[in-house]
Design a protein around this ligand. Sequence first.
Ligand SMILES: Cc1cc2nc3c(=O)[nH]c(=O)nc-3n(C[C@H](O)[C@H](O)[C@H](O)COP(=O)(O)O)c2cc1C
Length: 205
Amino acid sequence: MFYEAGQHKEAGFPHDPFKALVVPRPIGWISTLNDSGGVNLAPYSFFNAVASSPPIVFFAPNGKSRQSGVKDSQDNAERTGEFVVNLATWDLKEAMNQTSASLPSNEAEPEHAGLEMIPSKLVGPPRVKRSPVSMECRYLQTLELPSSSQDTDNFVVFGEVIGLHIADDLIDAKGMVDITQAKPVARLGYMDYAVIESVFSMQRP
Ligand SMILES: Cc1cc2nc3c(=O)[nH]c(=O)nc-3n(C[C@H](O)[C@H](O)[C@H](O)COP(=O)(O)O)c2cc1C
């Protein structure tokens, strides 16, 4: 089977399979501060690491446009120059999902999801207390990508990781992180998710 991008319906797919094919996508659970110092928290699965020296991550807001107002995580990261990436785990999956809701501006996502936030060390936005990994980021730049719809824009927001929190119980006696202890959740297509519970190793040739 072959179809041209944008022609999935004609090819017989009721839903675009693209996101079910680029899998699993890690979830960047982004905390930021708004103008009045309120905490914003939202998951982004168009998220990944793109460099390690220095460590650089990105998240990609889409579905809203510059004209109608970009997503809050992007707006806040651009205005304050800071964001925090929290690891979404099996135990936190329902709360993570709840923080994707569009809430009135006077309602904070962490409270809505019953999450306690605790201060970061180097940046203003706090981190999710129950998340075993959080990365404090300094905003670098936003890239605007082409969009095939008039009412939505596609952005990529980059940040440099300047501080990392790792729960002690993820670190083994040899100083290696055992990520299976955290059970990170990742996004698949449709309404599906994966959970990392086992890993295997391979040496490079
Ligand atoms: C698991 C998950 C992954 C998501 N990934 C993205 C994404 O990559 N890009 C995006 O624009 N929205 C994504 N969303 C939707 C946003 O979380 C949602 O639009 C949220 O309200 C944005 O919040 P904000 O305006 O506070 O940034 C995702 C939602 C869920 C549940």
